[in-house]
Design a protein around this ligand. Structure first.
Ligand SMILES: O=C(CO)[C@H](O)[C@H](O)COP(=O)(O)O
Length: 212
């Protein structure tokens, strides 16, 4: 399983300084939606220019205009672009096509999908690269988690890689792997860690089975 750090609620310079500490031990760096809303895809461009060897995900969460918006993200240097599963099929297909034409990948975020199993099957048939369950930060305080949905979609997705996000921490990253995720996404539990490099090392040790 790969480890993705979600860089939310930080400015570009802070994000670059954080990645400087972990570029050699993190698998995927997510330029988070708040940063992109604030600074545009310039935030993605800054990340990729500074760390060309790192896989950069642009969390643009496309809802419409799939081909155009996905194209903006890949032009800025994104290796992976996100689109919402609740968007229309033509939007998702357009976002997929723009990413694939550039040799990049498309990630579909299942945020607020009512029937994740049915939608995951449809998305898998569309040839997307990642399908990720996601408990929104605004509902995590209600006690919601992504684990049950992860378990459900991991059983039915045959082609795409499966991911999970939303409140994942060091106590639960092992469960995310055990439930079948190809990518575990960790935001605030990492970005708020007092020693980011040591924290990423701890997560990677659990993922590699060196510690529990
Ligand atoms: O995409 C996101 C919010 O839309 C976050 O990046 C994702 O939820 C992970 O963050 P956290 O681990 O803090 O929940």
């Amino acid at each position: 399983m790969k480890l993705q750090i979600a860089l939310d609620l930080v400015d570009v310079d802070t994000a670059l300084a954080m990645v400087e500490k972990i570029a050699d031990i993190i698998d995927i760096v997510e330029v988070g939606t708040p940063m992109i809303v604030k600074d545009g895809v310039a935030a993605v461009r800054a990340m990729k220019e500074r760390f060309p060897q790192v896989t950069v995900l642009a969390d643009v969460k496309i809802a419409d205009g799939g081909f155009i918006e996905s194209g903006y993200a890949v032009d800025a240097g994104a290796d992976i672009v996100t689109v919402l599963a609740i968007a229309s099929d033509p939007t998702i297909q357009g976002a997929r096509d723009a990413a694939h034409q550039a040799g990049k990948e498309i990630y579909v975020d299942m945020l607020s999908v009512p029937d994740v199993v049915a939608r995951a099957k449809e998305l898998d048939a569309m040839g997307v690269d990642y399908i990720g369950v996601h408990t929104a930060s605004d509902v995590q305080s209600l006690g919601r988690t992504p684990y049950e949905e992860l378990e459900q979609i991991a059983k039915v997705v045959k082609n795409a890689k499966v991911a999970a996000a939303g409140g994942i921490n060091l106590d639960t990253i092992g469960k995310v792997k055990a439930l079948g995720a190809d990518v575990g996404i960790v935001g605030s539990a990492l970005t708020k860690a007092p020693d980011l490099r040591r924290a990423v090392e701890s997560y990677q040790a659990v993922i590699k089975g060196e510690t529990k």
